[in-house]
Design a protein around this ligand. Structure first.
Ligand SMILES: NC(=O)c1ccc[n+]([C@@H]2O[C@H](COP(=O)([O-])OP(=O)(O)OC[C@H]3O[C@@H](n4cnc5c(N)ncnc54)[C@H](OP(=O)(O)O)[C@@H]3O)[C@@H](O)[C@H]2O)c1
Length: 219
């Protein structure tokens, strides 16, 4: 199965692209938004496609066309205004969900944010970011797609430990980006993550075991 990674040039995205490329069961297509980003992937023998979350649903569907699943790990980042949060983190995600439906893709993994499902725990300083994440997740949940919504804690650039805590409600914590990428990879075919959302931080349980133990009621 070929996986479209949206946000492939990002810090989680790049690690996930390499994991997928190295995996015997998957092929990967890296969605990038600038032509100059293509050579990095070309040199590694990885297919890329140029598309922008500012674009139309039909352009995004064209980018996704021969894929069997989408992982959305894009984000406008802390350096832009909340207008971009609205347009990329919320509407960009909504457009990719529509595009997946248009392209006949069933499986969709969203990288959201810790506690995006609980308004009472949103940080005052970045409430619009949490609102964007919350509503993108809701749109995905209400779609016909087979979703997994991963809500990681504060992202770190240190090496992954391969061990996490994954549950419906984890109030705080952090996690290396490598472990988030591996959790997305291992979720793709793990049925216990199908139509499920969970918070994710560093912990004591190997990722595969933490995912297969996700037996809480659907949320
Ligand atoms: N920071 C945290 O502590 C934290 C915690 C929980 C969840 N998250 C979420 O985790 C996800 C991934 O984080 P990260 O650190 O890997 O992010 P990142 O390094 O900032 O990567 C985000 C990617 O999104 C791409 N992007 C932005 N606007 C785009 C557009 N208009 N069209 C296409 N692509 C676009 C960027 O492209 P360029 O490379 O071209 O700029 C970049 O590759 C994000 O959704 C973030 O909100 C973050």
């Amino acid at each position: 199965m070929k996986i479209l990674v949206v946000g492939a040039n990002g810090q989680i995205g790049k690690q996930l692209v390499h994991m997928l490329h190295d995996h015997p069961n998957y092929e990967v297509k890296a969605m990038i938004r600038k032509q100059e980003q293509a050579s990095y992937f070309q040199k590694a023998g990885i297919e890329s496609v140029l598309a922008n979350l500012d674009g139309t649903v039909s352009e995004l569907a064209d980018a996704a066309r021969d894929c069997g699943a989408v992982v959305f790990t894009a984000g406008s980042g802390g350096g832009t205004g909340f207008d971009q949060t609205l347009l990329i983190d919320l509407d960009g995600a909504a457009k990719v969900i529509e595009a997946a439906e248009l392209a006949g893709i069933q499986r969709f993994i969203m990288i959201s944010a810790l506690q995006a499902h609980r308004r009472e725990h949103w940080s005052e300083q970045i409430k619009p970011y949490y609102a964007a994440k919350h509503h993108a997740d809701q749109i995905l949940r209400n779609s016909g797609l087979n979703y997994t919504i991963i809500r990681p804690g504060g992202l770190m650039n240190e090496d992954g430990t391969g061990k996490v805590a994954a549950a419906e409600d984890i109030r705080s914590g952090s996690i290396p980006r490598e472990d988030v990428a591996r959790t997305a990879l291992l979720s793709l075919d793990e049925e216990s993550t199908f139509r499920r959302s969970f918070d994710l931080v560093s912990g004591d349980t190997p990722i595969a075991d933490a995912l297969s133990a996700l037996d809480a009621p659907l949320n």
